[in-house]
Ligand binder design. Sequence first.
Ligand code: DLL
Length: 439
Amino acid sequence: MGAGDPARYMYAPEVERMARSDLAELQMQRLRRTLELAYARVPHYRTAFAAAGAKPDDLRSLDDLRRFPFTVKADLRDNYPFGLFAVPREKVMRLHASSGTTGKPTVVGYTARDIDTWAEIIARALACAGARPGDVVHNALGYGLFTGGLGFHYGAERLGCTVTPMSGGQTEKQIALMLDFGARVLVSTPSYTLNLAEVAEKSGIDLPASSLAVGVLGAEPWSESMRAEIDRRLGIAAIDSYGLSEIIGPGVAMECHLRSGLHGWEDHFLFEIVDPETLESLPLGAEGELVITTLTKEAMPMVRYRTRDITRLDPTPCPCGRTHVRLLRVAGRNDDMLIIRGVNLYPSQIEAVLLGHPGLAPQYQLVVARQGSLDHLTVEVEAAEAGADRTVLGMKLRQHIKSMLGLSCEVIVRLPGELPRSQGKAKRVRDLRKETPAG
Ligand code: DLL
């Protein structure tokens, strides 16, 4: 089936192809209800709205949302564990939490209806990625407090798939079960998917010859070069999948087979882009921080949540027929952006350079330290083969990074298999500047 083929399956075509004017009308109705719910039921919102001088009644158009305050991650921590719930705790059917790097976890809650809505959204998103009813879906995302595993689990069941609830780890067993069960769809993170490819290759298993056809991958930033590597080594179409726990978990946005931006489901989420410094709203098409308001969440409505993720929005209809806005791929989080001697750098930019470099494995870690008053970046990579001249490889990569990114760094080329492998979300950066105890 080619691009724009009317026979291409959509889970909810009447919504996915909705005219933008109808979508805006639906958003307006749902936004009003969300603001009213937040204001009436959540003390944090009542106080924050009052401080900003905004009341739900002030909303006359979607643009009026700009008068309402932002919500940030610290608001979830300050209201730990259940302070942002808009329903009595007894009405909350499920809790998820993310550990974060400091302090208390951030907790999110779902009513029975939220769980149902989430399954619908994920079913739609999986179909958008290329999954079909009847497929075997191998779910390698972590089950538990992380939203990835259970989120995709219920959505794949809703679509009518056969789900293998594998979770992360036990890599050899994962591969055996994917093959034995005839999985067509793999749900995972990009870094763990590469780990799967590597272990399969070592055991002489030809994954490209298997029934796997689609990889639904996300939960961390990844480059186009990493995508090409995954496509080739697993013989699949690797599809980008975006979401965050504070909003619902996975399912917020998903690429279609054209892989030209992620469809953000605007009947459930309202997307804005702001300048991360001034917090001014930016026009459509400009790059900036993604801000999301939920439109259908009951247990924990989120008003103008600052995701810290940097992206751009494209409202033009996709040739696949879907009309929902496309998020051009998320480069990385604002907090993950490293500033090294004045040069802004996302880890995925290093990833792109390194993957274009012959003789290196697609594994890396960045270590940032302070030497005197200067920031010092060390890029640790792995040689693809044990016998390679690692000094020459390192020198070449250093020059390549300097010419592509304008950044001087140290490169250490390790032996194959020396860097830690991802079991879920990869940890790419060690910032020793942040680890140094104060005083
Ligand atoms: O990672 C939810 C998820 C699960 C998404 C499975 C996709 C697949 P959190 O643990 O709350 O939730 O982390 C959310 O991860 O704000 C982004 O910074 C990052 N992230 C998620 N997906 C992508 C992606 C899940 N496709 C945070 N590209 C988000 C880049 C991503 N970054």
